[in-house]
Design a protein around this ligand. Sequence first.
Ligand SMILES: [Zn+2]
Length: 180
Amino acid sequence: MGDYVKILKSVLFYFWHFTFAIVQNIMGLVMLAIYKSKGAESEWYHNALVTYIDKKNFGGVSLGMFIFINKNRDGDRLHDTKIHEYGHTVQSMILGPLFLFIIAIPSVIWCNLPYFVKLRKEKNVTYYRAYCEGWSNVCGAWATKERFLTAELIERGRYGQPMYPNRNKRKDIKGRRRNK
Ligand SMILES: [Zn+2]
């Protein structure tokens, strides 16, 4: 990609976040200020700002362009969490203020309500079965062009279905051809 296109994309990214999606970005800025005052570290990730925070029983959260991830995550899990949370950043750009009602609130309920926690555990339902979470994986993978690495995401990331079904199909076809 040319530098000008890259710069233009970045400008549009920030402009969009601080107009259409400003509500969650202000919330994100407040959260950033709180954790920065406690010495949290950040890094840029596809124009978003990922901040690592020390919080128990916490995976990640995305408020506009501000992403917060448990600093104890590492390796493939951290890699996949970043793509997933970036998906919520993309959802913010698509939905604007509606993000809070269509994604954030349902997501918090799905994540924390004991009924759903129990359902996921006892019936082995993946966290990504919920539309808001599965859609986030699709958005994140599309926007970052990165691939998920952990089995849970690869096998059940797309609303409980495999993340890359076409790829497996192509593999099958190739395999069958090879066998003939
Ligand atoms: Zn999520």
